[in-house]
Design a protein around this ligand. Structure first.
Ligand code: NDP
Length: 449
């Protein structure tokens, strides 16, 4: 429960206006609970309505996306772009294509993105977008026609100095390629910096594909070393999901000496006591675009279990939820705790429910919120834009080295803020406060806009 009167009043107003947006309310409350530790020191915030302005997106765009499927039928999806906050730079944040997408989901993601982007130290504001379109089971032609229709509306709202989208769930290199092609065709300019996650032949950055998963492990390694005197070496790891973030989180933590024994998709999870064969997994997911159950059909000694939520019953030392929001609830957290897990590092955005976070933190597990530990993706998107601006491409090693430096700095900023707030090692408080203070200062300097 919030104690501070100002935050309480603003939250009640958000609840009143957006009562039908549960994910958004959840994200706002979590941040407000951290801001309670600093808001008293800044009476000027209330005077200028800073928090009221912070929770309200600068602009919300919602649009129709009509397209024609392979059978000649017309389909209509809904598109969104929430341009949340541009105090420290142009809006930046991914596009999500998934049937569960609605305004609540896009607003919660955009809200989190403001703080995440601030933590990277790069000049990027917060935004997010997407559609309830499901690329799964669609032909390449259908995906292309959908992406072209989506961009035919979105193009007028974005630009390298305005708003620069990227990928997220359901939006990978294929979708970004189709959207970039349509953008270029409409505006008749090669504005490379307008979208990130591009292919390497047209302005993409080396290491962007790996960046979120690798960055997660760099952050986690730093936190493990500093707060627990531990490392990935010899640890058993569970990684939920098997998409972009999960694949490269699994790869990097394996390189750092961990053994990944379970991964999932939205239908179920695989368990391989010998450690997941990542070459096989990448082939199933990246080339064949097949279900994860195929892994158990083809790898002797591994098992497939229906129901992705049960993945947290697998005994592990380190858990890395990398699938979707609220994928770990109190039951999942209790199972991890009972099995002796020492740390939970979020790769997905808001994968733990508030109850799960309370349990994990209350039982002394090391916990990092996604807005800090998965910020390597957007940070490397920022590096992609830098390369586009100077018309150069850095090597994989150069980008990876910069990413490592950024993740270490994010960890330090979170830890230092947690100490200043009197909660040393509480990386959730640290991430929320460190991310917010920079945005707040910029908003105060720019007046009531
Ligand atoms: P992908 O689309 O590549 O993969 C998503 C994975 O999560 C798939 O395995 C998918 O299974 C599973 N999944 C999706 N929805 C659900 C659900 N409701 N319940 C259980 N499993 C689900 O997405 P990403 O890897 O890019 O994104 C994963 C998470 O990381 C998201 O929260 C995203 O916002 C976050 N993130 C991504 C970044 C990036 O650079 N890509 C950057 C920062 C955060 P299935 O195939 O069966 O749908």
């Amino acid at each position: 429960m919030l104690q501070n009167e100002y935050l309480k009043r603003v939250y009640e107003e958000v609840q009143r206006r957006d009562s039908h947006e549960p994910e958004f309310l959840q994200a706002v409350l979590e941040v407000f609970e951290s801001l309670e530790l600093v808001v008293d020191k800044h009476p000027e915030w209330e005077k200028s309505g800073l928090i009221e302005r912070f929770v309200e997106p600068e602009r919300v765009v919602e649009f129709r996306v009509p397209w024609v499927d392979d059978n000649g039928n017309t389909r209509v999806n809904r598109g969104y772009r929430v341009q949340y906050n541009s105090a420290i730079g142009p809006y930046k944040g991914g596009l999500r294509f998934h049937p569960s997408v609605n305004l609540s989901v896009i607003k919660f993601l955009g809200f989190e993105q403001i703080l995440k982007n601030s933590l990277t130290t790069l000049p990027m504001g917060g935004g997010k977008g997407g559609s309830d379109f499901d690329p799964k089971g669609k032909s390449d032609g259908e995906v292309m026609r959908f992406c072209q229709s989506f961009m035919t509306e979105l193009y007028r709202h974005i630009g390298q100095f305005t708003d620069t989208p990227a990928g997220d769930i359901g939006v990978g290199a294929r979708e970004i390629g189709y959207m970039f092609g349509q953008y270029k065709r409409i505006v008749d300019r090669f504005d490379g910096g307008v979208l990130t996650g591009k292919g390497l032949t047209f302005g993409g950055s080396l290491a962007r594909t790996q960046a979120t998963g690798y960055g997660l492990c760099y952050f986690a390694a730093e936190a493990l070393k500093h707060l627990k005197g531990e490392s990935y070496e010899g640890k058993t790891v569970v990684v939920s999901g098997s998409g972009n973030v999960a694949q490269y989180a699994a790869e990097k933590c394996t390189q750092l000496g961990g053994k990944v024994v379970a991964m999932s998709d939205s239908q179920g999870y695989i368990y391989d006591p010998n450690g997941i064969d990542l070459k096989k997994l990448f082939d199933i997911k990246q080339r064949r675009r097949a279900r994860i159950s195929v892994y158990a059909d083809e790898v002797p000694g591994s098992e497939y279990h229906e129901g992705c939520r049960n993945i947290w019953n697998v005994k592990c030392d380190i858990a890395m939820p990398c699938a979707s929001q609220n994928e770990m609830d109190a039951e999942g957290a209790k199972a991890l705790i009972a099995n002796g897990c020492i740390a939970v590092f979020e790769g997905a955005n808001m994968p733990l429910t508030p109850e799960a976070i309370a349990l994990v933190q209350g039982n002394g597990l090391l916990y990092s919120p996604g807005k800090a530990s998965n910020a390597g993706g957007v940070a490397t998107s920022g590096l992609e834009m830098s390369q586009n601006s100077i018309r150069m491409s850095w090597s994989f090693e150069e980008v990876d080295e910069k990413l490592q430096g950024i993740m270490k700095n994010i960890y330090k900023a979170c830890y230092d803020a947690s100490v200043e707030c009197g909660r040393p090692g509480d990386l959730m408080v640290g991430a929320n406060v460190a991310g917010f203070l920079k945005v707040a200062e910029a908003m105060m300097a720019q007046g009531v806009v």
